[in-house]
Design a protein around this ligand. Structure first.
Ligand code: SF4
Length: 315
C-alpha cells in the first residue's frame, strides 16, 4: 500500500473514531459475556459495523461486489504482529486444545475418530475441560465400538462437565452409529458429509479435514476468529456469523495461511484479544487495529475502557 492510501485509511479511521467517541458518550454499551469463547452477538455486531465503516463497507457479508482484489490494509504487518505475540504458543489451546487430545499412537482411523470427538466436545467448552474429558474417554476406550457399548449415563459421566454434555451424549452416540453404518467406522471424507453428522458444523468439518485427513478445505472459524477478524477489520463488511467470516477471510487470505489461522487467533483471543476487555494497551496491533484505536482513544489512560468496567463489576 502506498503512502497516500495509508493516509487515506488513517483519515477515515480518525473520522470514525471521533464519531464513535461521541456515540460512546450518549450510549453506554453493555457487553454481555455469552460464554468463555465469545462476546454476545449484539456486541459483536456493533463492533463489526464500526470496523466495516472504517473499511468503506456496509451491510453484512464478506468478499466484494465483483472486486476480488480487496484485502485489509496492512494485513501483513498485522499478521506479523499476531505471530510475534503468539510466538510462545503458551495459550490454553496450545497444550489442551482439540488438536492436542488424540492418542498419537492410534491407528489412522481411530485417530481421525478421536479428532472428531474432541472437536465435538470442544464446542462451548474450555480447553481444560475438553482435555480432561478426552483423557477420561481415551482411558475408557475411544472408538465407535467402545462408545456404542457404553451406556448413555456412563458416557455422560465421562464427558461431564463439557458444555451441553447431555446433548453431546446423544450426538456422539448417533454419530458412532452413522460412522459404523456408512463409513466402516471412519469419519466422512468430505466437508459436506461431515456437516450431516449431528452437532457438526463447518468449523468442525474444516478442522477435521485438516487435522484428521490432512486436507485443507477451509479456515476453521470459531467465535474467537470471528470476533478478532471483525475487530481487526479483516472482513470487508461486518459479518454476523462465523460462517460469514470464514467466507470473508477466504476471499482474500492466501491459502497457505489458512491452516494456522484458527490456532493463531484462538490463542490470541484467550490471552490478549479476549471477548470482554481486550488488552489493547499491550497489543502490538493497537495502532493498526480499528477497534483498538477506538478503544484507546475513548479511554486513553486505562488502555481498555471495558477493563475498568469489568474490574468494577468484580468488586
Ligand atoms: S488492538 Fe485490541 S481489539 Fe485490536 S487486535 Fe489488539 S487486543 Fe484485539
Amino acid at each position: 500500500m502506498d503512502a497516500r492510501k495509508v493516509i487515506a485509511v488513517q483519515n477515515a479511521s480518525d473520522t470514525l473514531v471521533k464519531r464513535l467517541v461521541r456515540r460512546r458518550k450518549r450510549v453506554e454499551v453493555k457487553y454481555e459475556l455469552e460464554d468463555e469463547a465469545g462476546t454476545s452477538p449484539a456486541s459483536q455486531e456493533q463492533e463489526a459495523t464500526a470496523i466495516a465503516e472504517s473499511n468503506g463497507g456496509s451491510g453484512s457479508g464478506g468478499g466484494g461486489d465483483g472486486d476480488s482484489i480487496w484485502e485489509p490494509p496492512l494485513w501483513k504487518q498485522v499478521l506479523e504482529n499476531l505471530q510475534t505475540m503468539r510466538a510462545a504458543r503458551d495459550a490454553p489451546v496450545d497444550s489442551m486444545g482439540a488438536e492436542q487430545c488424540m492418542d498419537q499412537g492410534a491407528e489412522p482411523k481411530v485417530y481421525r475418530f478421536q479428532v472428531l470427538i474432541s472437536l465435538m466436545l470442544s464446542s462451548q467448552t474450555k480447553d481444560q475441560v475438553t482435555h480432561a474429558a478426552m483423557t477420561k474417554l481415551r482411558q475408557h476406550g475411544l472408538t465407535p465400538d467402545s462408545l456404542l457399548a457404553t451406556p448413555d449415563a456412563t458416557l455422560g459421566e465421562l464427558i461431564y462437565p463439557v458444555g451441553f454434555w447431555k446433548k453431546k451424549v446423544v450426538y456422539i452416540k448417533k454419530t458412532c452409529e452413522i460412522l459404523k453404518r456408512d463409513y466402516e467406522g471412519d469419519i466422512p471424507p468430505t466437508v459436506k458429509e461431515m456437516c450431516q453428522l449431528p452437532g457438526v458444523g463447518p468449523k468442525m468439518a474444516h478442522l477435521c479435514m485438516d487435522i484428521g485427513w490432512g486436507k485443507l478445505t477451509g479456515i476453521g472459524v470459531d467465535t474467537h476468529v470471528h470476533r478478532i477478524s471483525n475487530r481487526l477489520g479483516w472482513t470487508r463488511r461486518p459479518t454476523k456469523t462465523p460462517e460469514e467470516t470464514r467466507l470473508a477471510l477466504e476471499a482474500w487470505m492466501p491459502k497457505e495461511l489458512w491452516s494456522d489461522t484458527n490456532l493463531l487467533m484462538v490463542g490470541f483471543g484467550q490471552q490478549v484479544c479476549v471477548p470482554v476487555g481486550p488488552k489493547c494497551g499491550e497489543c502490538l496491533n493497537k495502532a493498526l487495529c480499528p477497534f483498538g484505536r477506538n478503544a484507546l482513544l475513548a479511554s486513553p489512560k486505562k488502555g481498555s475502557p471495558r477493563k475498568s468496567q469489568k474490574r468494577k463489576g468484580q468488586e
